[in-house]
Design a protein around this ligand. Structure first.
Ligand SMILES: Nc1ncnc2c1ncn2[C@@H]1O[C@H](COP(=O)(O)OP(=O)(O)OP(=O)(O)O)[C@@H](O)[C@H]1O
Length: 264
């Protein structure tokens, strides 16, 4: 199997300050102030060409941080990521420049990826047709709804034909018809042997679309394997969590949060 993504010992720490003064002191003093929070800790796994991997995990477990790192949008604190080819991240909040119109965003994104003027001219009508947001295409993106942003982001990413496609919750804000249109396109991608990472709160969509699952549990990998093997374990965890009393849930979450904190 040909590898497309190799993630090796990736850790992402964020600095946390309880007061603004700590932040200022941290900037000016050689001694470190505040604490750090592990969004991800020692993540290692490999993906093959043609893999469709669902990243699962409860809120705050690090799924978006990992997708941003694979896409090269966020650098890891330590560890390495090797990606064979071009990546495209489709996320509700990603990549689009609010001051620019939809059309200008298409051009900018394509220019950044090294397309020439003629190629962009050829691609633009297809992207606009797929996004299907009418006259909004010539309005600044900051005036778009989250659904429209997702439509445009999806349309651009799918047409630039990346080798690794990362879809972070982008299907949850559009309407059902658009989500189906996207799933069709994603199936085409799948068939052409590209690698797809998929994050969705819809367990149904996950099971339907992904063969593999990567379970991130509070910043660490809990399990990685076939969806049919990993998902039942994740669902059992959720079921057990729901059985806890509210206080037990709060205590458990606080314990987990503390275990992810270190002195800076
Ligand atoms: N820029 C940041 N500064 C500080 N902490 C951050 C930052 N970005 C993410 N975090 C923290 O890292 C953890 C992982 O966040 P992330 O968004 O990756 O989780 P997630 O699994 O995608 O969550 P969700 O399902 O809610 O979208 C969270 O506790 C979050 O608060």
């Amino acid at each position: 199997m040909e590898k497309s993504v190799i993630v090796s010992h990736v850790t992402k720490k964020y600095k946390m300050y309880s007061k603004n003064s700590e932040k200022i002191l941290d900037l000016i003093s050689p001694k470190s102030f505040g604490k750090s929070f592990y969004a991800l800790q020692d993540i290692s796994f490999e993906a093959n060409k043609g893999d469709v991997i669902g990243i699962i995990g409860v809120n705050g477990s690090g799924k978006s941080t990992l997708s941003n790192i694979i896409a090269g949008v966020v650098p890891p604190t330590s560890g390495t990521i090797t990606v064979r080819g071009e990546t495209a991240l489709i996320a509700i909040a990603s990549g689009l420049k609010g001051e620019l119109t939809g059309r200008e965003n298409i051009e900018l994104k394509c220019l950044m990826l090294g397309f020439n003027k003629n190629e962009i001219k050829e691609l633009t009508p297809d992207i606009i047709e797929f996004a299907d947001i009418g006259d909004f295409i010539d309005q600044p993106v900051k005036t778009y709804s989250s659904g429209m942003r997702s439509r445009l982001g999806f349309a651009i990413s799918i047409h630039i034909d990346p080798d690794v496609l990362i879809i972070d919750e982008a299907l949850s804000v559009g309407d059902q018809t658009f989500a189906e249109k996207c799933l069709d396109k994603m199936n085409e991608f799948k068939k052409s042997g590209k690698t797809i990472f998929f994050i969705s709160h819809s367990i149904g969509q996950m099971k339907q679309f992904c063969e593999k699952a990567l379970w991130i549990q509070y910043g660490r990998i809990d399990d990685y394997g076939l969806m049919k093997d990993v998902m039942p374990k994740y669902e059992a965890f959720i079921k057990d969590f729901k059985k806890m009393s509210r206080q037990e849930q709060i205590d458990f979450q606080e314990k987990v949060r503390q275990s992810r904190m270190v002195n800076a």
